[in-house]
Write a protein that binds this ligand. Structure first.
Ligand code: GTP
Ligand code: MG
Length: 413
């Protein structure tokens, strides 16, 4: 028993009071610590009137913290982003104990949870990029900055190599990821050609996206009461009344997610976000307004303009539906409630997005037309002297592709 206790790293959370919701942020940090496989040993709230450039919280507050933690074998998690010198100064003021910031912790969870080859490469790249500018000194300073909880991720031994090796590793990772990204783009083009209708589940972490994917597609994706249980993208076929869709589950969002992390997952997210419809999943039993706002802001940062439906999950215990966003769909993925309405909303969305067009395709343009045909449901084809007269149902989003072939009776709404 003793052995196990010693193996689990104990974390003391230092929560600066900068926002009104500092308590919720600290509670979230506790969940993050658990997701990283560590134990939360305590929380200290620290009033910060003005950020101290050297130590963030100021030397007086640090001294109190030193007294409080003296003799306790805990790592300090500073629930915010620290500059390299702030980390070193805080660590020095706290008798040289290990100090990590929020980004390092999240990177650590990502390192634990990445399953696919690409996910692992992305996490390693993000970790190295975060650590690289922080490698100013050598030796002691280096090992205190390196690594997150325990010895995961690039780990301290690797970090002890010099900056040049890290730089070349970063370059190699970037090349490899670029390669993978290009391959994914090819798949995306192929998918578009097949004109598959694509839907992605996105939203705040731990809202039930993977549970919903499992329920809708009989998949077996890892779902757990943990932040960032999912890091890799999974796509499964979803069939509703004979219509087929591709449903994708991906990494969840978190408020104040550091930019370096969003960019690390940009390419993975990008492919998930190149879809016809987003299902934004929120947890109706939790702070769904914050979750929705975080998700919408992140989407905006990523330049995503895909239409969405809001899905309020974990609704099995909700009795009062006042106050929720209008048009939200209420479901419980765990208890299989409201799923039929969700399915009908999806069908409805796609049927609204189709329109019937009348086309005339001159025979000389047949090859251009055949490249577009995958997007269309041809309802009627008549062979004329100089070309084809076609009546087809096409998704509105691809309408522009057919514009050169519109006839007078072009678009019937
Ligand atoms: N009460 C309740 N819990 C649910 C429901 N749906 C999912 N959960 C639970 O919520 C937790 C998170 O579910 P996941 O499906 O892993 O959530 P996620 O959004 O994929 O989370 P990440 O991958 O970590 O971003 C799990 O413990 C689920 O059992 C629901 O309808 N009601
Ligand atoms: Mg998940």
């Amino acid at each position: 028993m003793q052995i196990f206790e010693e193996e689990i790293e104990k974390i003391h959370i230092v929560q600066p009071i900068l926002h009104r919701d500092y308590k919720a942020l600290a509670a979230e940090a506790e969940s993050l610590v658990e997701s990283a496989g560590a134990l939360c040993a305590g929380v200290t709230y620290v009033e910060v009137r003005e950020v101290n450039p050297a130590t963030f919280i100021g030397s007086g507050k640090l001294e109190k913290l030193r007294e409080l933690l003296h003799d306790l074998p805990v790592t300090v998690l500073f629930n915010g982003e620290l500059s390299p010198s702030q980390t070193l100064n805080i660590s020095a003021a706290l008798e040289g104990r290990k100090v990590i910031d929020r980004t390092t912790l999240i990177l650590d969870i990502f390192a634990r949870n990445a399953k696919s080859g690409e996910g692992k490469l992305q996490v390693e790249l993000a970790q190295l990029k975060y650590i690289y500018p922080r490698l100013k000194g050598k030796g002691e300073a280096l090992s205190r900055l390196g690594g997150g909880i325990g010895t995961r991720g690039p780990g301290e031994t690797k970090l002890e190599t010099d900056r040049r090796r890290i730089r070349s590793r970063i370059a190699a990772l970037e090349n490899r990821l670029l390669d993978l990204e290009q391959r994914r783009k090819l798949i995306q083009v192929r998918r578009e050609k097949q004109s598959a209708r694509t839907i992605s589940l996105i939203g705040y972490t731990n809202t039930g996206k993977s549970t919903l994917l499992n329920l809708l597609t009989d998949a077996d994706v890892y779902a757990e009461n943990r932040l960032f249980a999912t890091l890799d993208t999974t796509t499964r076929k979803l069939t509703i009344d004979g219509s087929e869709f591709l449903l994708t589950d991906t990494v969840g969002f978190l408020r104040e997610l550091p930019h370096s992390l969003i960019s690390a997952f940009h390419s993975t997210l990008e492919s998930a976000l190149q879809c016809d419809l987003l299902l934004i999943v929120c947890d109706a039993q939790s702070d769904y307004e914050m979750q929705l706002q975080t998700t919408l802001e992140t989407l905006q940062e990523l330049g995503c303009k895909v239409p969405y439906l809001i899905v309020m999950n974990k609704c099995e215990a909700v009795t009062d539906f006042e106050g929720y966003p209008r048009d939200a769909l209420f479901v419980s993925a765990k208890y299989n409630r409201g799923i039929d309405s969700l399915k009908s909303a999806i069908l409805q969305f796609f049927s609204d997005r189709l329109t019937v067009v009348q086309l005339f395709v001159p025979y000389r343009d047949m090859s251009a037309y055949s490249a577009m045909k995958a997007y269309a449901d041809e309802l009627e084809v008549v062979y004329k002297e100089t070309g084809l007269r076609v009546k087809a149902r096409v998704p509105r989003m691809y309408l522009h592709k057919f514009r050169p072939f519109f006839t007078d009776a072009a678009e019937s709404e």
